[in-house]
Write a protein that binds this ligand. Structure first.
Ligand code: G6Q
Length: 542
């Protein structure tokens, strides 16, 4: 076990070093070090990272790497890949890396090599996906499937939606994909209003098969299908499949377990998009492209596992986040993909990062005395530039940003891509170097406006450049952030793999739901505010 964070030698050295760095401007750091932009770069698995526009020197990076060493990062990476139960509060191994291990590789949980089982499920998924895509799978009335609706929430929704949007260019455009997650009936109603049940397949995606939102939406979907087929229950087998670890509940719902795709308790919800939870993705892009996506994940897994920390992309990104969170007091991290297909990527990352590292106690249960996981947020460029970038440029809080750009567009139309990419480079340049009062004056700005038009600069950012948004590239990008989260969680000594905060929500709403719908006036035992809100709602609905 590493020492508590504040007692690690590198932490104290970083705290002291921060006092020298905090007053230094990126303008100076670049002027004093002409080699900087070449040195502060790293690349792997097709991702090029320029981290030179960060408020760091060689010494900072060295100290952060020492901190990683003292925090036991190497040992913890090895423990994860060895299938040790590093998710100690749930007594589970953490093996999403096994989901993308090539056939023949060995990764064990409880002494059993899990890779063959992973490939067995992938094989069944591929066979099923091909039957849907080729039109061979027929619905109750003999029609082929044209609409696929994934019902799931959280980890059983965000990955599938994000991947579908990100890889839309690779999807079968004859198929319609919808995603229902919210318990708000509007979500289901709008997703299905123009669909024909005879051509619609529902994938009920739920690791536990008990989640209130998903089970409610699934049973609404079952009613919707049954109503259209005069209540004939034999229709269920043709229009529903399940992705779950809970065979009993799947069967009880009425789905044939032959039509169930399993995964394992060592796959956390937010790490599950390349398990059977990715079934909708595989149907959309086809098994070959899905395989390429897994290869992308695997390439970064191998890089993370073997590359020295100095060149290790996820380690560097994770350490920079720790640097800003704990020493500069940054509370948020912006992720700004300059690709419209990545419009759901920030939302996906919010769950990955914030559910993983939004923790206030260490893995052994002590209250932390330092900041942990920052708020991740973002929007695709250039849209954000016309709204919230103002605050990043001229506001009073420090927001480190990740710019994600591509060398080639999947839709190369006229000048669009050069203009898009020009914005990536111009924004990070402006954030880093700003514009001084002298420069503003030299532009002929009236004296009273000079202060308003000054950009302090010294706003840090990373630039990630990737060739083009392929399935492989998407895999690399997601794995990059997964392992960055792992790195951060290791430094902070938190368990990045449990989510008790989510569990609480699952339990709480059940009590209130009973009270809202109860025929007899319920005896309310909440606080006075909650009691009054419940009474007001009941009164309005009487
Ligand atoms: C993810 C979380 C959470 C989970 C959902 C759905 O890491 O545990 O977002 O994925 O609550 O859970 P089920 O898949 O069990 O329905």
């Amino acid at each position: 076990m590493p020492r508590p964070l504040r007692q690690r030698g590198a932490w104290s050295r970083l705290a002291e070093h921060y006092q020298h760095i905090r007053g230094r401007h990126l303008r100076e750091l670049f002027a004093d070090d002409p080699d900087r932009s070449a040195r502060f770069t790293a690349q792997a698995a097709g991702i090029f990272l320029d981290y030179s526009k960060n408020r760091v020197t060689d010494e900072t990076v060295q100290l952060l790497i020492e901190l990683a060493g003292e925090s036991g990062l190497r040992e913890r990476i090895d423990a994860m890949f060895a299938g040790e139960k590093i998710n100690s509060t749930e007594g589970r191994a953490v093996l999403h890396v096994a989901l993308r291990a090539p056939r023949g590789e060995r990764i064990s949980a409880d002494g059993i090599d899990v890779v063959p089982a992973v490939h067995e499920v992938l094989g069944r998924m591929a066979e099923f996906a091909d039957r849907i895509r080729s039109g061979k799978w027929k619905g109750h009335t003999g029609q082929s499937i044209r609409n696929v609706v994934n019902i799931g929430i959280g980890g059983s929704d965000l990955g599938p939606v994000m991947a579908y949007e990100a890889l839309r260019a690779y999807t079968d455009r004859n198929l319609v994909f919808r995603f229902v997650s919210n318990i708000d009936g509007t979500d289901f109603a709008e997703a299905t209003r123009d669909l024909d049940p005879a051509e619609t397949l529902f994938i009920v995606s739920s690791k536990t098969f008990t989640t209130l939102e998903t089970m409610t939406n699934a049973s609404t979907a079952r009613d919707w299908v049954l109503e259209s087929f005069g209540g004939d229950k034999s229709a269920i087998a043709k229009h529903f499949v399940a992705v779950s670890t809970n065979a009993e509940a799947v069967e009880e719902f009425g789905i044939d377990v032959m039509n169930m795709f399993g995964f394992w308790d060592w796959v956390g919800g937010r790490y599950s998009m390349d398990s059977a939870i990715g079934l909708s993705t595989m149907i959309a892009i086809g098994p070959e492209h899905f395989r390429e996506m897994l290869d992308g994940f695997h390439a970064v897994d191998e890089h993370f596992r073997t590359a020295p920390f100095e060149q290790n992309l996820p380690v560097l990104l994770g350490l920079l986040t720790v640097w800003y969170t704990d020493f500069f007091g940054a509370q948020t991290q912006a992720v700004l993909p300059y690709d419209q297909y990545l419009k759901r990527f920030p939302a996906y990352l919010q769950q990955l990062t914030m559910e993983s590292n939004g923790k206030h106690v260490t893995i052994t249960g002590e209250q932390v005395d330092y900041a942990t996981g920052p708020v991740y947020w973002g929007e695709p460029g250039t849209n954000g530039q016309h709204s919230f970038y103002q605050l990043i440029h001229q506001g009073t809080v420090l927001i480190p940003a990740d710019f994600i750009g591509f060398l080639h567009s999947l839709n190369p139309i006229g000048p669009h891509h050069d203009l898009l990419t020009a914005n990536v480079f111009a924004q990070s340049e402006a954030l880093a170097f700003g514009k001084t009062a002298e420069e503003v004056r030299a532009e002929g700005t009236a004296d009273e406006l000079v202060a308003h038009r000054v950009f302090e600069g010294n706003r840090p950012s990373n630039t990630l450049l990737i060739d083009r948004l392929t399935p492989f590239a998407l895999g690399t990008l997601v794995a990059l952030y997964e392992h960055s989260v792992f790195t951060q969680g290791t430094i902070w000594s938190v368990n990045s793999f449990d989510q008790w905060g989510v569990e609480l929500g699952k339990v709480l709403a059940k009590t209130v739901a009973g009270e809202l719908s109860s025929e007899v006036e319920p005896e309310l035992r909440h606080d006075s505010s909650t009691n009054a809100l419940i009474r007001r709602y009941r009164a309005a609905r009487r």
